[in-house]
Design a protein around this ligand. Structure first.
Ligand code: ATP
Length: 497
């Protein structure tokens, strides 16, 4: 992770927000290359999800919506995470990320240890338990630790569990619900009547506008409404770089189906659509897996949720959630607003509230996944055969911020520069291209490798003196071949879509 975060900063992908003021925890800026990469992820999704399908339409709803939206959706009452305070250090923890275990020696509880969730929480607790036993000079056999999180702590245990900040027991509070919605005030009055929220998800826009889209969009069931936009959650512990932040971007789609449609099939179809799409932007199948939420942990209205998980360097984590939500959301809004949300089906002449399948994914999590999957440090041979290290980002041509770099072999040869500039201008009309004439060609290749540019073309003396072909150098194989301008455009046309 450290190498990836450092590359992201060094090459202008991601900066901490407001860095000159010390940064703001949970907020990030996307630099010149990051903005391109992010836009490409969004564009690929929009093209595949909306433009290239006949059954999905787009939407851009407002970020601040009527506060009643969030009452009806259940967010005001229930969009909470369990929070634990340390009264001494003033640190706050998500209760489900703070783990503890009794230290059991010869069958008796000698004390407690605690640790924040990590890739090896149980291992850390075990080490802490051994240290505890040694420091207190307790004799006897230490039992293996049993890791539980703070939401599972019994009331009488809480005072005995040490705070991770101080190492001492007695300062942790029992878990309480913390609402993650950011509040603001709309209008000149700052009182309870003007409280509103920054949306914590984009999905409610699709539900609230359902009737508007049906009445104007010439849509017929089954159909989807898709949206890309910012969401805000006051996460208790933003962490793992851009994986969990407080301001992030979502790409969500609500796919409405008939009340008696085969929801399980529609659900499965969307899960595999999402997997295929992730592979189409370059994520390796080996890093993807599925996690089906156990039935007993689902909300009462939910028929099933499957998360597509990605193997990040800090563990296997949720990337994309695909939920079968029944007709809960539309029904809630119909009840709260008094406006019917029914759909009239011409074929069956029946009126009903449609059910929905919801694939919801974060752009920033995809961004991090492609950086993690694509990053490699390799030993390669330079032109003279000497071994050197190269850093390479294997980004799919679909999302790479720069598609091709145009390099004149020498910058002081006018005829090379003229041809290179002409090609650059031509390519630029269609693709994100980079022109670089400074330094040895090998060095220029390395600079492009590091930012994930799939191809470089070099204009040399053969180009101007012979047949006009260029050297095309491929990032991953580092192979070079001669190519004509028409072939170059055909290659880009096929790979960048
Ligand atoms: P988590 O369990 O990781 O908090 P969630 O189940 O609450 O996520 P959803 O409400 O299903 O997430 O949101 C849909 C998607 O939005 C997630 O799969 C994830 O890709 C993205 N997402 C959610 N919260 C964040 C966040 N704080 N930062 C970045 N992306 C997020």
């Amino acid at each position: 992770m450290e190498a990836i975060v450092s590359l992201a900063k060094r090459r202008g992908f991601v900066f901490p927000s407001s860095e000159i003021y010390g940064g703001l925890n949970g907020f990030f800026d996307y630099g010149p290359l990051g903005a391109e990469l992010k836009k490409n992820i969004r564009d690929c999704w929009w093209n595949d999800m909306v433009r290239r399908r006949d059954d999905v339409v787009g939407l851009e709803s407002s970020i601040i919506m009527h506060p009643k939206v969030w009452e009806a959706s259940g967010h005001v009452a229930g969009f909470t995470d369990p929070l634990v305070d340390c009264k001494v250090s003033k640190q706050r923890y998500r209760a489900d990320q703070l783990f503890f275990s009794p230290v059991v020696v010869d069958g008796k509880v000698a004390g407690y240890v605690s640790a924040l969730e990590s890739e090896n929480t149980a291992g850390e607790l075990q080490t802490l338990a051994e240290t505890f036993k040694r420091k207190k000079a307790i004799q006897g056999a230490l039992a293996p630790v049993v890791a539980k999180d703070m939401t599972e702590a019994k009331p009488e245990e809480i005072a005995l569990i040490p705070s991770p900040a101080t190492g001492e027991p007695g300062s942790l509070t029992p878990p309480r619900a913390f609402n993650m919605m950011f509040e603001t005030y709309v209008g000149a009055l700052r009182d309870a009547s003007s409280v509103s929220y920054l949306r914590p998800e984009t999905a409610q826009g699709m539900f609230v506008d359902f009737k508007n889209v049906v009445d104007t969009g010439r849509v017929k069931l089954p159909f989807g409404i898709a949206q890309i936009g910012k969401s805000f959650r006051n996460e208790i512990t933003p962490r793992n770089f851009i994986f969990r932040s407080r301001e992030f971007e979502q790409m969500e789609m609500e796919y409405f189906i008939s009340e008696d449609a085969d929801w399980a099939k529609a659900h499965e179809d969307w899960i595999s659509w999402c997997e295929t799409w992730l592979k189409s932007i370059g994520l390796p199948a080996s890093h993807l897996s599925r996690y089906a939420h156990p039935k007993e942990k689902l909300a009462f209205y939910s028929k099933g949720t499957v998360d597509i998980m990605f193997q990040y360097p800090f563990g296997v984590q949720e990337l994309w959630g695909i939920a079968a939500r029944g007709n809960y959301d539309l029904t809630q809004h119909a009840n709260a607003s008094g406006k019917p949300m029914e759909y009239f089906d011409e074929a069956s002449k029946k009126k009903f509230v449609p059910h929905v399948i919801e694939p919801a994914v974060g752009v920033d999590r995809i961004f991090l996944a492609v950086l993690c999957a694509g990053y490699a440090e390799e030993e390669v041979k330079d032109e003279k055969g000497a071994v050197e290290k190269r850093t390479v980002l294997r980004l799919s041509p679909r999302i790479a911020p720069v598609k091709v770099a145009v390099l004149p072999l020498l910058k002081n040869k006018e005829q090379l520069v003229a041809v290179a500039q002409k090609l650059y201008a031509k390519l630029k009309r269609k693709y994100a291209v980079f022109y670089d004439e400074s330094g040895a060609v090998g060095r220029r290749y390395r600079r492009q490798d590091e930012i994930g540019t799939p191809w470089c073309v070099t204009i040399d003396f053969d180009t101007v003196e012979k047949d006009g072909t260029f050297t095309l150098r491929e990032r991953d194989s580092m192979q070079q071949k001669r190519i004509t301008e028409a072939e170059l455009f055909a290659l880009l046309d096929e790979q960048v879509y």
